[in-house]
Write a protein that binds this ligand. Structure first.
Ligand code: PLP
Length: 376
């Protein structure tokens, strides 16, 4: 147990996730924890030779080839890696912290999608930002109100969103970027869950560049592959972004491990050769196990029927997510109550629970059985 990291009751989602870390039935955090596929295990066996190779090659070359492999895998052909506008960080949260500190030099007002993972609002508040909730459905409907855009220095969107799995379509991204260009608002995307959903594989960078808006994108290899927290958060930005991202980056780190970059390159190549499609089938099977296993229980529903993300929300009806979370712990199963995703109005998430699907099929089956026992 990581109780020493928690003062009293969990104060944020990551503190709930700490409690689950040592359980074999940890369906709490969104990090990938399923077994390696045989092809991925082969890459891990290659680590000594990747190490030897990384030692010999210039860091910039290792970094560029990892970037190219990852961004191309996910359809992001127009990423600005060749122009040195993609910074490699230890994780997406580190990229987020760098972005937040840089943004705070120019504005204190940011519009943030609601709901979303709570470490995003927490990091933004940490640098003194005033957060304005942007309801998720606004992003998918009509133009954003002019008054809203005039009041913001930045619009922050998580796509695919965590926990809902909602993806901003190509048409909607184009309009949001055009509106941000018109009102001088920086458009920032967190695409940490992009890998799971081919609907998020259109070339976002081409659209952002065409709009002329100032933009930042945070990408993340960490949700996709079970690499024991060896991951990269990429921080990409437009040439005209006008934020001291490189300066703040240099305040925090010199660079990431070339070994991790080499590993990301090899995992990306394996994914491009069929591993990504296999992963999509794996997540879809786990999702079906959960949905089918809970079918027919009164007062239970799945609010995100179209989601392909590696997490699934469950509406637990008149119970609270916290009650169900507590009851599941009796079975040594850990999920995540959703109230804190609703960072502006936690009560809106009080009756839902998030289940992580990037786990072994066996763990998902056992957790589904425990949920049936608790909910039925
Ligand atoms: C959308 C999103 N962005 C960023 C993060 C942070 O990722 P990490 O803990 O790897 O820095 C998370 C964590 O789950 C997330 O859901």
């Amino acid at each position: 147990m990581q109780d020493s990291k928690i003062a009293t009751s969990p104060g944020n989602l990551t503190q709930f996730e700490y409690l689950a870390l040592n359980s074999p039935l940890n369906l709490s955090d969104g990090h990938a924890r399923q077994a390696l596929t045989p092809a991925q295990a082969g890459i891990i066996d290659e680590l000594p030779s990747l190490w030897a190779d990384a030692v010999k090659r210039p860091v910039e070359e290792v970094e560029r080839s990892a970037q190219r492999a990852y961004f191309e895998l996910l359809g992001q052909h127009s990423h600005p890696g060749a122009d040195g506008r993609v910074l490699a960080c230890y994780s997406s949260s580190v990229a987020m912290e760098i972005f937040a500190r840089a943004l705070a030099t120019t504005t204190d007002a940011i519009g943030l999608v609601h709901p979303t993972f709570d470490n995003i609002p927490d990091i933004l508040r940490g640098v003194g930002m005033r957060l304005v909730p942007v309801e998720e459905h606004w992003l998918h409907d009509d133009d954003l109100p002019a008054d809203l855009l005039r009041s913001l220095g930045c619009l922050f969107v998580t796509t695919p969103n965590n926990p809902t799995g909602k993806v901003v379509s190509e048409e909607r991204l184009r309009r949001l970027a055009e509106q941000c260009a018109e009102y001088g608002v920086v458009l920032t995307l967190d695409t940490s869950f992009r890998g799971f959903d081919t609907r998020a594989h259109y070339d976002h960078y081409a659209i952002l560049e065409q709009s002329g808006c100032r933009w930042v994108v945070i990408e993340d290899t960490g949700k996709l592959w079970p690499t024991l927290e060896l991951k990269i958060g990429w921080l990409a930005s437009s040439a005209n972004v006008g934020l001291p991202l490189a300066k703040v980056y240099s305040d925090i780190l010199l660079g990431v491990s070339p070994l991790v970059l080499s590993m990301v390159k090899r995992f990306s190549e394996d994914a491009a050769g069929g591993g990504l499609a296999e992963l999509h089938r794996f997540i879809a099977t786990n999702r079906a196990t959960l949905r089918n296993g809970l079918a027919g229980i009164p007062d239970i529903s799945f609010p995100d029927p179209d989601s392909r993300a590696s997490v699934e929300r469950l509406d637990v009806g008149s119970r609270t997510g916290l009650e169900v979370w507590t009851a599941l712990r009796e079975h040594n199963v850990f999920a995540l109550p959703c109230h804190q995703f609703h960072w502006a109005r936690p009560q809106e998430g009080e009756h839902s629970l998030r289940i992580a699907l990037s786990r072994s099929a066996e763990a998902v089956t056992k957790a589904t059985n425990a949920l049936r026992a608790v909910l039925g």
